[in-house]
Write a protein of this length. Structure first.
Length: 139
């Protein structure tokens, strides 16, 4: 049974990622660069503000599941809680704890609340001009 729940959570994460990529490509401006303060897109859990760079937008640290702490530890993944207002998605989220002896990012913050996505999308992406999606599931 845990495998079925994990598969369901992975499918949910992939669906969230795909919707974020699609939504990010559909932001106001028809693919033009947003102002320097960043691009804001709406997701199922709430609005996120990402960064705009020449040719692409990036949204960092977007949670795809609730933190596996307290009663959620050793339990199937739970959906990420929704948020009010605009969530800043300009910095990567926490990394999951792991062996750091050969880690090139040694020193970057780690923690249990590490179930988050970083999404990059080209500025020209629209529902009619979609791009392939690459999903890397760590672990």
């Amino acid at each position: 049974m845990p495998h079925r729940a994990n598969r369901r959570a992975a499918r949910g994460a992939v669906a969230l990622l795909a919707s974020l990529v699609l939504i990010a490509g559909c932001t106001r401006g028809g693919g033009q660069s947003q102002p320097a303060e960043g691009a804001v897109v709406q997701t199922a859990a709430g609005a996120v503000r990402g960064l705009v760079a020449p040719g692409y937008r990036v949204f960092n640290g977007i949670p795809y599941a609730a933190a596996p702490v307290g009663p959620l530890r050793w339990a199937p993944p739970a959906p990420a809680p929704a948020w009010q207002g605009v969530r800043e998605a300009t910095q990567p989220g926490l990394r999951c704890s792991q062996d750091t002896r050969s880690d090139p990012d040694y020193g970057r913050p780690v923690g249990e609340d590490c179930l988050n996505l970083n999404v990059w999308t080209p500025t020209g992406a629209t529902p009619k001009n979609t791009r392939p999606v690459l999903v890397w599931i760590h672990g």
